[in-house]
Design a protein around this ligand. Structure first.
Ligand code: EPU
Length: 338
């Protein structure tokens, strides 16, 4: 357990932004986490907990302690004929975890295949894709309170999951390190093929023969065709959240843009496809230096090579202004900006 100084974060964030952390420490076991917290190194310093680094944009050097959580391990902690409760440590790569479950015939997470990032970050922003959010499978998580070193369990309800949202982004922000997450997965899974493109991909397979593996393969194919691979081109997935509007706002927008994709959301509100709006305003493929809008999914901003975090943020602000002027809607970044 070694604390590095002035360490480049380039390889620790999927945008590939080259900023430095004043201090950097990678923790590979829960014991290391507890020992580090007991050392009180954090007491007078700002800090940042980094999991996969796939949902973060650094716009400047971080003048504090970056704590990279790299704890590994996946185990079944309880099971019966119908389901298994699987515990994954926070530093496990999310997709490896999904594959581990698929290999054992455990269903539920297949629609979330290939989402970049680590298990510990999944509940923080309640990751979701192709008709499923992790909150539907989430059972509980174990975290350590940074200030006291106390271990605390959070139930599904206590996490207060919302669209790309949880309590860890608000009330308990920076108060806990997530150690592990438990998911309840099915041994007799019902497939979720509600997302049109998945149905299309599976249409050649008779319904009775369709498996979670087929769904996962379809999701991977769709993702690979629309979303850039962070190993090849820096990005953090969707840069913006899909905005939620009320009926009055929706009617106004629909009168001008009748084909805008709309999804029902909670409490008589509606989710609009931000990617469609940005695309409609002709931003797709646009470049501001090395910061760009991805050519096949306008919701994704990319680093073509040497972009700084500020370049990407400037581009994001241009897009937000343009969407506001044309649709009257405020876009909110999904990515954490530092
Ligand atoms: N669209 C366009 N042009 C674009 C992008 C989208 O016309 O450039 C249209 C699509 O044709 C479709 C609609 O907008 O009619 C929605 O697009 P898509 O299905 O690709 O999904 P999204 O709303 O853009 C969300 C998530 C993604 C997730 C997909 C699939 C958010 C912020 N993003 O994107 O999540 O993979 O749905 O479920 O909710 C992420 O969070 O990083 C992420 C990639």
């Amino acid at each position: 357990m070694k604390i590095g100084e002035n360490i480049s974060l380039k390889k620790y964030n999927s945008f590939g932004i080259d900023v430095k952390a004043r201090y950097f420490i990678e923790l590979t076991s829960n014991n290391d986490i507890f020992t580090f917290l007991k050392s009180h190194f954090l007491d007078d310093k700002q800090f940042l907990i980094l999991n996969g680094g796939s949902n973060i944009l650094f716009t400047k050097d971080f003048n504090g302690v970056v704590i990279k959580i790299s704890t590994q391990g996946i185990t079944i902690i309880e099971e019966n004929d119908n389901w298994a409760l699987v515990k994954a440590n926070a530093g496990e790569n999310w997709n490896n975890f999904v594959l581990w479950c698929l290999d054992r015939g455990l269903g539920g997470l297949e629609n979330l295949s290939l989402i970049p990032g680590n298990v510990g970050a999944a509940p923080v922003q309640n990751i979701g894709a192709y008709g499923v959010e992790q909150k539907e499978l989430f059972q509980s998580l174990e975290a350590v309170e940074i200030k006291s070193g106390r271990i605390v369990n959070f139930s599904n309800e206590e996490c207060r999951f919302g669209y790309r949202d949880s309590i860890f982004k608000h009330d308990t922000k920076n108060q806990y390190i997530i150690l592990s997450v438990n998911y309840k997965l099915s041994k007799k899974p019902a497939l979720n093929t509600s997302y049109g493109d998945i149905q299309k991909k599976l249409s050649s397979i008779p319904l009775a023969d369709q498996t979670i593996k087929h769904v996962s393969d379809a999701v991977c194919e769709i993702r690979n065709s629309k979303l850039p691979d962070p190993a090849k081109i820096g990005n953090a997935g969707s840069f913006f959240k899909n905005p939620i509007v009320n009926l009055e706002q929706l009617m106004l927008i629909k009168s001008k843009y009748p084909d805008i994709p709309v999804y029902p959301a909670d409490n008589d509100t509606f989710k609009l496809a931000a990617g469609w709006m940005i695309d409609k305003l002709k931003w797709k493929g646009f470049r501001y230096g090395d910061a760009g809008v991805y050519h096949s999914q306008a919701l994704v901003l990319v680093n073509h090579g040497q972009a700084s975090g500020s370049d990407i943020l400037k581009l994001a602000k241009m897009i937000m202004k343009s969407v506001k002027e044309n649709f009257g809607v405020d876009l909110e970044p999904e990515v954490n900006i530092h």
